[in-house]
Design a protein around this ligand. Structure first.
Ligand code: 13P
Ligand code: SF4
Length: 332
């Protein structure tokens, strides 16, 4: 007779009450002298336990104001890296170092360096403007860093006699080129979340909710942006809905977790996430999540606080990236 096989549960199989984990996090935050920063695309529970929430620009700036010795960054890798670069004296932890970004991955530093070399060999006189969704190694090769929150002002700082090489988001670059009137050489990157919104579903929803307003992130392709009433990054969206008193239905074309801070900021409105086309089935679903942001969980926040790792460790090329980031994000 064969004996039954008893599987011992792996740590992720063990159910833990989220409220208990939150209590543990509160206790560990004090014990470990830590501050939690969370992007608007992470799970609502994580946003609720964070000391600072915001878009990429606000969080990068908030990281420089933290008074504790440790920062826990709930977001994706380039965000934790930017926090470390701007606050080198702090210990910067991330719940999961594998939380990447399809935009950052589309533009490896060696490929960018080779392309810049090629353009220079052709006699092109340009400056490189990088979206913050890039690795520190890429930032070190660039002249300026923009976020969705400061892009127009930064583009205005690029000398008028220079061409602009914009990396890596072609959609954001195309949009910025149109609003600033500056021609741009565009890197062919895109965000896996913002690229898959269903234009048909969005227009159907617009018809079904008369008077509704479409709000879209500039990482969306032009066919979505051309129908949008409000185009802006996540902090701009939050501020916009908070400033509208009249109850309104907003159709939101960005990562689905953004509904959480919008609802908190302006409960008088109705927020409907625009559906994305799921690559697995081809069906549409109003659950368009960033799989990288989804790597952040309450348990992983608790574990990284408890264990003091994983950590973003200072790299030699961070020094060059620091100069570009400071000039672009902290100095006007
Ligand atoms: P925001 O800076 O508008 O929050 O967008 C950043 C982003 O794309 C995170 O994925
Ligand atoms: Fe990157 Fe898109 Fe995820 Fe933002 S939503 S982290 S741009 S993959």
């Amino acid at each position: 007779m064969s004996l039954p096989i008893v599987m011992s549960p792996t740590p992720t199989d063990v159910y833990e009450d989220p409220l208990d984990v939150m209590d543990e996090i509160d206790r560990l935050k004090i014990e470990k002298d830590a501050t939690i920063l969370a992007h608007f695309y992470v799970d609502g529970d994580l946003q609720d336990i964070a000391d600072f929430t915001g878009d990429s620009l606000k969080l990068a700036r908030d990281a420089t104001k933290v008074t504790t010795g440790t920062i826990v960054f709930c977001g994706v890798h380039f965000m934790g890296e930017s926090a470390k670069i701007l606050s080198p004296q702090k210990k910067v932890l991330m719940p999961d170092l594998l939380a990447g970004c399809s935009l950052a991955e589309s533009c490896p530093a060696d490929k960018l360096a080779a392309y810049q070399q090629e353009l220079r060999a052709q006699g092109r006189d340009f400056q490189t403007v990088a979206y913050i969704n890039t690795s520190a190694a890429v930032k070190a090769l660039c002249d300026w860093i923009v976020t969705s929150g400061n892009a127009r002002e930064i583009i205005d700082r690029v000398p008028a006699d220079k061409e602009i090489l914009f990396v890596p988001d072609q959609h954001l670059g195309r949009y910025l080129s149109a609003v600033t009137g500056r021609p741009m050489i565009l890197w062919p990157g895109s965000c896996m979340v913002h690229e898959v919104f269903s234009i048909q579903d969005m227009l159907r929803a617009k018809k079904n909710y008369p008077g509704s307003k479409i709000m879209a992130h500039p990482e969306c392709p032009a066919n979505i942006l051309e129908h949008a009433d409000i185009i802006g990054g996540t902090e701009k969206m939050r501020k916009h809905v908070a400033a509208v008193a009249e109850p309104t239905t907003f159709l939101v074309a960005t990562e689905a977790n953004m509904i959480h801070p919008l609802q908190k900021a302006a409960p008088q409105h109705t927020f409907i996430p625009v559906a994305g086309i799921m690559s697995s089935s081809g069906e549409t679903c109003a659950c368009n999540r960033c799989p990288h942001m989804a790597r952040n969980t309450l348990q992983k926040v608790r574990d990284c606080l408890r264990d003091g790792k994983p950590e973003i460790v200072w790299q030699p090329y961070f020094a060059q990236a620091e100069a570009v980031l400071r000039r672009s994000l902290l100095e006007g």
